[in-house]
Design a protein around this ligand. Structure first.
Ligand code: NDP
Length: 306
């Protein structure tokens, strides 16, 4: 039996951020201003507030100027559209993202469709989605699946000819992930909540990507010996919900003592015993998503000014 090597998402993300820093510096010298990212947060959702703070910190780390806009939880679709319009026109702003989820009274799709596709660093605008489907070159693509592809490349995993199984079909992770693997010539299966015998489909995967949002759902015996496992899931569980496997891990115990929860993926960590490569949670896909956001901002800045 293998003992799967952990893919160090923090290290690869660090490499991406260094590359972005060097190029952002070059951009600043040429343009007389740094690349700019506008981040819009509506309401007080604690997780969203943390994500926005981290994105702003990443900008500072790699020489990207951030423009933070915080709106009240009562903001209407019309008011948010006005802000998006203004940021679309703002020449200092190269990238624009509206943190999701938005409060219920706001029509999320209308907002996302209104962002200038050239500034759409999340890659959610239909024009960018269409370009991804077609496999066009210069396109802003969603950060999480792009981060996964970069990890595979860094680890020397070529998807060509491999069976790739993506569990989850959301617009932000599952679907674009499947398309990116397809463009790299994998044979791709997409699974979802109505898939029959999910365990058997997962066992057919040379590359298994889990993007479900269900803590530890994918068990060790769902993973083929030697498979590459990418765990996108981010779920917080309490000590009471934790299986023995986690309670035997000193890092998890420390988490429970500090904050009474720990962050786990969709894949049971003991799958590492059969996988050839596997991403940990935390420290796997999460940091890559943030790093690719910086890379997308730089791309948008370069494309807009060239
Ligand atoms: P969504 O809730 O939008 O999608 C979840 C998908 O999983 C759906 O397609 C759903 O199927 C499928 N699913 C749910 N239950 C099952 C089941 N029992 N069996 C098979 N499939 C199932 O989630 P997201 O795609 O937005 O996110 C997925 C996970 O990734 C979450 O944990 C999220 O926190 C995490 N995430 C992590 C990021 C990172 O940077 N690390 C970034 C983005 C997300 P159906 O369509 O049929 O409902």
């Amino acid at each position: 039996m293998n003992s799967g090597k952990l893919i160090d998402g923090n290290a690869i993300a660090g490499k991406v951020l260094n590359e972005v820093s060097v190029q952002a510096d070059q951009f600043s010298k040429e343009q007389g201003r740094p690349p700019g990212l506008a981040v819009v947060l509506v309401g007080e959702d604690p997780a969203s507030s943390v994500y926005v703070r981290m994105k702003i910190r990443d900008c500072a780390k790699c020489g990207i100027e951030s423009f933070s806009h915080k709106l009240s939880a009562e903001t209407t679709t019309g008011q948010l559209l006005d802000l998006v319009d203004a940021l679309n026109r703002d020449r200092q702003v190269d990238g624009l993202l509206v943190q999701l989820p938005l409060p219920g009274q706001i029509d999320t799709r209308t907002i996302l469709d209104h962002i200038d596709p050239a500034k759409d660093v999340d890659g959610f605008h239909p024009r960018n989605v269409g370009r991804l489907v077609r496999g066009d070159g210069e396109v802003l693509v969603p950060c999480t699946p792009a981060g996964v592809m970069r990890m595979l490349d860094e680890e020397g995993v070529d998807p060509k000819g491999k069976n790739a199984v993506v569990v989850g079909r959301s617009d932000i992770v599952g679907k674009p992930m499947a398309l990116m693997l397809l463009h790299r010539h994998a044979t791709v299966t997409i699974c979802h909540s109505r898939t029959t015998d999910l365990a058997a489909v997962c066992r057919s995967a040379d590359i298994l990507v889990a993007a479900v949002g269900r803590a530890l759902m994918i068990k060790k015996d769902w993973v083929k010996e030697g498979a590459v496992v990418i765990d996108v899931g981010m779920n917080s569980i309490s000590r009471e919900e934790a299986p023995q496997l986690l309670l035997d891990d000193p890092a998890r115990i420390a988490d429970f003592e500090k904050k009474n929860y720990t962050l786990v993926g969709d894949v049971s960590p003991d799958a590492a015993q059969v996988a050839s490569l596997i991403t940990p949670v935390p420290g796997g896909v999460g940091p890559m998503t943030r790093a690719i956001l910086m890379e997308n901002t730089l791309k948008a800045a370069n494309w807009r000014t060239n």
